[in-house]
Ligand binder design. Sequence first.
Ligand code: NDP
Length: 333
Amino acid sequence: GLRWGLIGASDIAATRMIPAMRGLGHSVTALCSSSALRATVWAGVHGVPHTTTSVEDLLARDDVDAVYISTTNELHLPHTLAAAAAGKHVLCEKPLALSLADAWSMVEACRTAGVVLGVNHHLPGAATHRRIRELVAAGAVGRPLAARVSHAVALPERLRGWRLRDPGAGAGVVLDITCHDASVTNALFGTPVEATALAVRQGPWEAAVEDAAMSVVRYGEGVLTQTHDAFTVAHARTGLEVHGTGGSITAVDVMTQNPVGTVHLHDAAGSREIDVPGRRDLYEVVLEDFARAVCGAGEPTVTGSQGVHALAVALAVQEAARTGRTTPVDLAP
Ligand code: NDP
């Protein structure tokens, strides 16, 4: 198994990634945090043997094969560039960066260094989403026409920090959640072309940025997707609907971090539940695909350039909401 260095004493590393790494038989060697005290306490709680406040020290370790970067979003760029320069494979959190130029420079740096870059979008690897892509590719809905993504959730109390208050760290629901939606719809429909959107601040907090947004994205071939992303909705089911000329798919509870949810197909023959084989922890899937890519077999669940394309949709949605104008999605490197 891979030996991981963690950059960022984050919630997601603690709650999802360390358990998934250990579940796969990978080991967690070292943690880098900007605070020595937090590093010591956090590493103690999570059983990480070595800590440092220097990214260079972490990257110099021989017992680190790959780094998992889960710092706040503005730090993904410098941390990825440093890791690539040190010859370490990179699994980076989403959104990959705060600008497309930065994100492409990360892809380029990893390519030049010959290290794997994966982006931790957990949804495309989910068994439900793989099954939905298989159905669409097999023509189960005929020609795809539209999709609706419901990804409105309640932001847990412990995460109501930089996500609501710090634009410099890439706060806001669009960079947090809309990019996940795009990782799913890009994989289904190919090339996103343009976006229009509205975003608001509606939560019971002093948010500095939008905490709810709705967008419409046009893909090539005239497919329209619609998203509802929010930090403010406590009781909604999440979901994905795909509508085509010959059928519709309704998937409920599938925009989540857990391997749950149902998929139904509706067509001229009626409605039935679709079997979803191979359900697994979503983060284990990402880590396993990544480890295989490190061994030269296959690609990460979401590659660096796919991560940039997901970011490109989110940035177009953000810009459209800011300006009130339909905004092109810029996919060019
Ligand atoms: P956290 O706020 O938990 O951690 C981010 C950074 O904040 C850490 O690197 C840490 O810095 C600092 N930090 C953590 N706790 C404290 C504290 N008590 N006081 C001061 N600073 C602190 O972020 P998340 O885990 O929510 O998100 C991290 C990244 O992961 C983001 O890019 C986010 O978008 C992504 N994410 C992805 C998910 C997915 O499903 N793919 C889900 C959740 C998040 P330091 O390292 O210096 O200690």
